[in-house]
Design a protein around this ligand. Structure first.
Ligand code: KIV
Length: 279
């Protein structure tokens, strides 16, 4: 459990044991995940939705992603840290995409970047890998370009669309990605892709046959209630716990129970006497 996770060890986990991955956006969350032995920590651009309250992941900036990536990297000792390339990061040209990917590695201390599929993805990914940066691919439902996919729907549901996804996975493998996220695809399509390629697949809403699984942490912790997809299993109900704690705190303050002696600082009796005499 203490051994550091590397790109190589992730690749070797295929056909050996399942890979665990979760998203984190700040220091305490990443520290808990690292302690829990999660293999890969992703600074997902889902940060836009679950932390910043934005409607679309397209709206998050490179600077915002970098700020959170730095906080995550400060906490992690064992896990592999992957940063999501935001939409903005590859809008200008391929050279700018490489420059932004390098910022995640050199300024934040991430080990790799993730790049969602879009029409120029294979070219951009090739350039980033040629610059020496490990890349995780992402196909199926790709939220940054969801408008081109008829919205947030399961992808690859007919044989033709499923074949297209298989082609994308094969191409990404050829480009040299070290793993591929499969988002919102039928479980049997994910199984076919997982068997076809040599790099690990990490599923989210892609069934049990992938080499690993990822969830958005705020969804699985019940810490975000806006829209929870069918594939999310809730492992906690943090919003409820927090609301209850905030209500108890407010009641204690209003009714004079907090702060009590236990949570206050005392003073030497003689010093207090002197002070009182002077006032
Ligand atoms: O941004 C994100 O959280 C992601 C996961 C859904 C894989 O890309």
């Amino acid at each position: 459990m203490d051994e550091k996770i590397t790109i190589e060890s992730i690749k070797q986990l295929k056909n050996s044991r399942k890979i665990t991955m979760l998203t984190a956006y700040d220091y305490p969350m990443a520290q808990a995940m690292d302690k829990a032995g999660i293999d890969i920590i992703l600074i997902g651009d889902s940060l836009a939705n679950v932390v910043l309250g934005l409607e679309s992941t397209k709206d998050i900036t490179m600077e915002e992603m970098l700020y959170h990536a730095k906080a995550v990297c400060r906490a992690v000792k064992r896990s592999l840290v992957v940063a999501d390339m935001p939409f903005e990061a590859y809008q200008k040209d391929d050279a700018d995409a490489v420059k932004n990917a390098l910022r995640f590695i050199n300024e934040a201390g991430c080990h790799a970047v993730k790049i969602e599929w879009f029409d120029r993805a294979p070219d951009v990914i090739k350039r980033v890998i040629d610059a020496g940066i490990p890349v995780m691919g992402h196909i199926g439902l790709t939220p940054q370009t969801a408008d081109k996919l008829n919205g947030f729907k399961v992808q690859g549901k007919d044989a033709c669309a499923a074949k297209e996804l298989t082609k994308e996975a094969t191409l990404l493998e050829l480009m040299g990605v070290f793993s591929i996220v499969l988002e919102c695809v039928p479980d049997r399509v994910a199984e076919i892709i997982t068997k076809k390629i040599r790099v690990p697949t990490i599923g989210i809403g892609a069934g049990p046959f992938c080499d690993g699984q990822v969830l958005v942490t705020h969804d699985m912790l019940g810490f975000f209630d806006r829209h929870i997809p069918k594939f999310v299993k809730k492992y906690a109900h943090l919003t409820d716990v927090m609301v209850q704690a905030f209500q108890e705190y407010a009641k204690d303050v209003l009714e004079g129970r907090f702060p009590d002696k236990e949570h206050s600082y005392g003073m030497n009796a003689d010093e207090l006497k002197k002070l009182q005499e002077e006032n």
